[in-house]
Design a protein. Sequence first.
Length: 115
Amino acid sequence: MKSHLPLDGIPFFDEIKYIFVGRDGKDVWMSMWNHWHNMNPQVIDDMNNAPDREGPALVHPPEDMSSAFDEWLVRGTYPWENNGYPFWSHLYHASSWWGYRHLPNILMVHFDDLL
């Protein structure tokens, strides 16, 4: 299973191996910005209007990347996050795994080491 979920967002089993791939925050931002900015506006509207939608609505990306980056650094999407808006907190996600890196069934890898 591939996921963007933090460790506390998935079931944890001792007999299963987990691989966490971390990435430089600047790279996370640029990847997220490109993904968000290239989304079809109608798709965003359709997702937001889906009858079974859960969670906050996804806003359309602003034109100004600089102000969006500033907001990404200081605003969370969910009450337990204080950064990562409008998606999820990269820092919360990484820190949820970091505290368990000593476990034999968790492998932490940096994205740059995959290249």
